[in-house]
Design a protein around this ligand. Structure first.
Ligand code: GRF
Length: 191
């Protein structure tokens, strides 16, 4: 699931293709037509489905469309790789312990939107990223993997985001591996 540039989506695809992660990314869903993630899926040859949230009356109906897509593709595990929508209990219940999110802060600090700006405004010397299982409350849920990065003097939101992104691409495949191991999935479905 991706809404924006899709660099985490691509990192997952590459981790699978390099053999680092015993899984395959069988489907991307996006909510923003023409977003970077959709373009990357085209380049990488990963099937992409658009579920434009603007065309759904509420969050529940969007999530039900997502569930239908995932069930049609028989996915084992779902990753919110930069999904900028709040998800509902329906999606969480459809993929218990199988829904992973990546967030650009060291949770529980700086939940929600603008996490990188929040860290800069707070003046912390250390920030980072967190991959975690999804609970109903935004950016909570059991933590799978975290990586820390320094906040450097003179950092802008863009420079700190770039440093965090590099780490996100490292920890997201690890988090998927861990989530799969917790579920007893030795090798995620290659289909
Ligand atoms: C990442 O910083 C992620 O932590 C946040 O959204 C961003 C997505 O970046 N949830 P990308 O689209 O994967 O490049």
């Amino acid at each position: 699931m991706a809404s924006g540039s899709g660099s985490n989506f691509e990192a997952l695809v590459q981790a699978c293709r390099s053999g680092q992660l015993a899984a395959s990314v069988c489907q991307l869903v996006v909510n923003n037509p023409g977003c970077g993630a959709e373009q990357r899926a085209g380049r990488l040859g990963v099937p992409c489905t658009l579920h434009d949230h603007r065309l759904f009356p509420n969050r529940e109906s969007l999530d039900q469309a997502l569930i239908n897509s995932f069930q049609a593709a028989a996915v084992d595990l779902v990753v919110m790789a930069g999904w900028m929508r709040i998800v509902t209990q329906a999606l969480i219940d459809a993929y218990p312990q199988r829904l992973v999110n990546i967030h650009p802060s060291l949770l529980p600090s700086f939940r929600g939107a603008r996490a990188i700006e929040q860290a800069l405004e707070a003046g912390v010397q250390l920030s980072g990223c967190t991959a975690h299982l999804v609970s109903l409350e935004v950016d909570t849920g059991p933590i799978l993997v975290q990586a820390a990065v320094p906040v450097l003097k003179g950092d802008s939101a863009a420079s700190l985001a770039a440093r965090i992104h590099t780490q996100e691409h490292q920890i997201l495949p690890l988090a998927v591996q861990l989530a799969a191991e917790r579920l007893g999935l030795t090798a995620l479905d290659q289909g």
